[in-house]
Design a protein around this ligand. Structure first.
Ligand SMILES: Nc1ncnc2c1ncn2[C@@H]1O[C@H](COP(=O)(O)OP(=O)(O)OP(=O)(O)O)[C@@H](O)[C@H]1O
Length: 305
C-alpha cells in the first residue's frame, strides 16, 4: 500500500489555479522527489499532504489518514521541515530538541539524535551561533524527533555551500536507511538525481512526468555526443563501423579527434565496436544527458531558479 496517495488535487488562490488536478503516490521507504521551478505549486502540494492547507477538490491519504480530518493522529507519524524553518536565536540545540520532542506522544530520545546527527558537541550552543550546515542538521533532527514514518524536507539545501550540501545528502540517505519514507522538495537537479528513487516533475501546477531519475533522463530525445582521440594511422573503416551503430547520427573526424553524435544510448555500443576492432582510443569523453535536459524536454522551458 502506498504511504501517500494524492488523487486529482486542485487548489486555487484568489481565483488563480495553482494545482490543476495532480495525482501521484509515494511508496514506503522511498525518497520521492518533487521537482520544479519556483511557483509551480510544490510547497502547496506538500503542505496539503501535511494537512497545513486544504485542497479545493480531490483526495489525499497519508498512511490511510485524511490530513485534515485525521490531522491530530497523522501528526504523530510525520516529520516536517518547513521551507523556512527558523528558531529563536537564543534557543540552545538541546532545548530545541527537547521542545520539539514535547509535541509528540511517543518521541525519540533526543539525546540519541544529538549523537546521530553530530550535534552532541553543540548541545549548548545557541541557534544563532550555528553555521548553515549545523542549523540544517538540527532542523533535520527536529523533523525526526517525533519518530516519523514519513519525513518531508522542503528546499533543505538552499543557501548551503557545496560541502555542506553534500554532507546533507549523506544525512538524507541515512534517513532512508532507517526505513523512513522521505518526500524531498527541491529545485536542484543534481540533488534530485543523486538522492531520489522517483521524481514527480511539476510544471505550472501539473505533474508532467513521474519516474526514476534514470528513466526521465533516458526518455529525453535530445542529441548528445561522445568524443575520443584516435591514433593517426587508425583506419577510416572504423568510423564507418561506428556510423552503422544504432542511434548514431553523425561521426566527424578532426585530426585525431572523433566526435560521435546521436540520440538514444549509443556510447556503450560504440565502445564495444572499438574494443572488438582492437582500436585503442584516448581522451574518451561522453557528454551524458542530465536531468536538466529531461526537465527542459518535459516542460519546454529552461530551469530558472
Ligand atoms: N497563501 C497564498 N495565497 C496566494 N497565493 C499563494 C499562496 N501560497 C502560494 N501562492 C502562490 O501559489 C503559487 C505556487 O506557490 P508554491 O509556494 O506552492 O510554489 P513552489 O513551487 O513551492 O515555489 P517555491 O519553489 O518558490 O517555493 C505561487 O505563484 C505563489 O505565489
Amino acid at each position: 500500500m502506498p504511504v501517500i496517495d494524492v488523487t486529482e488535487v486542485t487548489k486555487r488562490y484568489a481565483g488563480r489555479t495553482v494545482l490543476d488536478g495532480i495525482t501521484f503516490s509515494v511508496e514506503e521507504g522511498e525518497i520521492f522527489g518533487i521537482l520544479g521551478p519556483n511557483g509551480t505549486g510544490k510547497t502547496t502540494t506538500v503542505e496539503i499532504i501535511e494537512g497545513l492547507r486544504a485542497a479545493d477538490s480531490g483526495s489525499v491519504r497519508v498512511l490511510g489518514l485524511d490530513p485534515i480530518t485525521d490531522g491530530r493522529r497523522l501528526k504523530e507519524f510525520i516529520g516536517v521541515q518547513l521551507q523556512h524553518t527558523d528558531l529563536p536565536d537564543n534557543l540552545k540545540v538541546w532545548e530545541a530538541l527537547d521542545l520539539y520532542a514535547s509535541f509528540y506522544e511517543d518521541p525519540r530520545d533526543w539525546r540519541e539524535l544529538l549523537v546521530e546527527w553530530g550535534l552532541d558537541d553543540l548541545r549548548n550552543v545557541r541557534f544563532a551561533k550555528l553555521s548553515g550546515g549545523q542549523k540544517q542538521r538540527l532542523i533535520i533532527a527536529l523533523a525526526l524527533v517525533g519518530n516519523p514514518r514519513v519525513a518531508f524536507l522542503d528546499e533543505l539545501t538552499t543557501g548551503l555551500d557545496p560541502q555542506a550540501r553534500r554532507a546533507t545528502w549523506e544525512l538524507i540517505k541515512q534517513i532512508r536507511a532507517t526505513g523512513v519514507t522521505v518526500v524531498l522538495v527541491s529545485h536542484f537537479m543534481d540533488e534530485v538525481e543523486e538522492l531520489c528513487d522517483r521524481v514527480a516533475v511539476f510544471s505550472q501546477g501539473r505533474i508532467v512526468a513521474i519516474d526514476t531519475p534514470a528513466e526521465l533522463i533516458n526518455g529525453v530525445d535530445a542529441e548528445h555526443s561522445m568524443r575520443f582521440s584516435l591514433a593517426s594511422d587508425a583506419a577510416e573503416e572504423i568510423l564507418d563501423l561506428i556510423r552503422r551503430v544504432p542511434g548514431v547520427a553523425s561521426v566527424q573526424r578532426n585530426g585525431a579527434v572523433v566526435t560521435v553524435s546521436g540520440r538514444s544510448d549509443f556510447a556503450t555500443a560504440v565502445t564495444s565496436v572499438l574494443a572488438r576492432e582492437h582500436v585503442v582510443v584516448t581522451d574518451l569523453r561522453i557528454d551524458k544527458r542530465t536531468l536538466d535536459d529531461a526537465f527542459v524536454a518535459l516542460t519546454g522551458r529552461e530551469f530558472d531558479v
